[in-house]
Structures are given as C-alpha cells and as structure tokens.
Ligand binder design. Sequence first.
Ligand SMILES: [Zn+2]
Ligand SMILES: [Zn+2]
Length: 375
Amino acid sequence: MQINLERFRKYLDGFKMYVEMMSETALLDLQANKFFMSQEGYKHSIYNKAQSILDYKNWSTADIGTGSISRKVNLAINASENLVFKQQRIHFKNKINDNPKLAEQVLYNIYCSNKDSESFDEAVNFFGGKYDLIAYLFFIKDDQKYLPISSSNFDKRFALLNIPLKTSRNCSSSNYFAFINCIEQLRKLMEAHYGFNISLLDSHSVIWQLTLADEFVSQMEEKNADALLSNEVNDLIHQKGFQASGYSGKPKKQATPIHTNGHKVYPRNRFAALNALFIANNTCEIESSHKSFIRKNSDVKYMEPHHLVPMAHSDKFSVSLDVEENIICLCSNCHNEIHYGKNAKELIAQLYEKRKDMLKRVGINISLEELLLMY
Ligand SMILES: [Zn+2]
Ligand SMILES: [Zn+2]
C-alpha cells in the first residue's frame, strides 16, 4: 500500500497529543481512555446492541420468508445512529416491502454464509449501491472483520495520506474489502507506532479523528510559537535604543523554513514583531482602551504580537507572512480569545477589515473566508 508514512506518523503524534490533552492522561490504550471513548465508544455500543438484536447464530433457512429476519435487521439498522443515513434506512424498508422473500434470502446470506464477496455483491444488486447501509450490515456481523463506512469522508482522509483509494460512489465487494484491508494496514502501522494493541474498529475511529487532531496541533503550535516570540520581544525591549519604523508597504521574501522532527517551521523575526507592537503604540488593536500592565525593567506596556494570517500557512503564499503588515498588537486577553474563543471569528473579521489593503500591498492576497478557515 502506498502511503505518506512521514505524514501519517505526524498525524498519529498529533492525535496522541490531542487525546492526552483532552483526557489529561497518558495514552496507553484506546479503550481505557475516557476522552477517546466519549467520542468514539458509541460504535462499540451500537455493535453490541445490534449483535444482540440480530442473534443470527440462531437463524435457519426456515426463517427465510417469515419476516423475522427483516424485522431483526430493521431493528438493528434503527440502532445505527449516525452510521446509516436516514434516507438509506427508509430505502432499506421500501426494498424489503417490494420483495420480502428475496430480501430475507439476501440478508440470510450476509449473516449465515461464508461467501463474503458474493453476499456483498448480492446486497448491492438488491439494495442498490448504498454504501453506508451495506457496510453497516456487514459491520454488525463481526467487528473484527468488517467496518462501517462514510465513504466521502474516508476518501478525504486517504487523500491526506496519499492513499489512492476512492470509495465514494464505488460500492462493490472489491472496493469494500480494499477499504477494510487499507484500515487493517493502517492498524498495524498504528500499533507499531504507539506500542499497544488496537482493534480494527478503533483504528477506523483514529483515522476518522486524524484531521481534527491535526488542526488542533497546528493551532497549538501557532500559539506556542507566539509565546516564544513574546519572550524574545520582551528581552529586546529591555535593550535601550530601539527605534520603531513604520510599515514598509513592500512584499518580503520568505525566510527558509527549519525542519524539526518532521515539522516545517518558518522562523519569526523578533524585530518585525517588536516593530509591529510599537507601530500600534503598544495598545490593543481590537480596542485601544484594553488594559495591560507595565513590563518589568522598562516603561512599555505589555502586549503580544499575533500573526493574523498564521505563519503555519506560509506554504500557501509566495511572500513572507512575517511582516509588520500581518502582525497585530493584542492584549493577552484578546490574543487568547482569538486562538481559543467562541467569538474569535468576529475578532478576526474586525482585524481583517482593518488590514486587508495593507496585506494586499505586501503581496498577501487572501479573502476573509479563506482566513477564517485557517483558525
Ligand atoms: Zn497568536
Ligand atoms: Zn484587547
């Protein structure tokens, strides 16, 4: 299987960090982790519930045509929560009503035959290419061998890992078993990376959560880099003789990124940050009346530099984002709000309105919508 291993490991590290932050415990086992289970544990409950409803080990060919098989499967589908879309549940019922006897034969074959590929394709012929539905029917048969699917969402995650598998509108036995095989390969890589056992279903959940965790980590990194920069600026301010100069109004070349543990980091210039604070007169650019304190060893008010277009997105631009035009002077409270607040969008929009023309002048072309997606 082709996969971008470096990126996968980075995502796994990010996921671990994310889960550990949210659960405030070291990640030593997925099913013992309260946060992970609060997010993904419901799939285990659905599985157990559906298994007891189905009770397919006690089915016999004599049940076909009695209605008891489709009744049980229908109940098990009603327990599926978000794993099967509502339209697909309705579709299932309609198909059963159209041809009750054949429906039960198809369902019987899924649960009581060992011919996975044949019974999958039979189900596709009977129910149509309803991927969520048919994958769910298999998943509740045995969660060690089969998985539910949300095809377009998994395709997005596979694309992030450079895996060329497309499941969307591709409902067939060969595609489904390629999907399971792919998650199985990722499961093995995950176990080797983390050093503990992971079930097939939990690997599926980790892949599902990877993009969320990745976003979280890049936000954390951005805030950490800001904090480091604040420290450096603090040291600089103590050295007498700093003269602020205004905005240059000219694009600046990007600095060469530094690679540390597989992460690419663009260095931040502390003079540019300091200059930006002084251009703003060391007052908060959200609201100049915002209070702060006076720094130790100098008479300058404490403020924090913040890159409006986050440095982590430097790759999307041909010019440097580390320019005064893109650096905002914020009080600690507004700075935290912009990174962690519910109201952050409004602050970002307000600052964007103020800076958009200046950004354009230094070659940073970005719409508000694009900017909001970066936070
Ligand atoms: Zn910031
Ligand atoms: Zn403020």
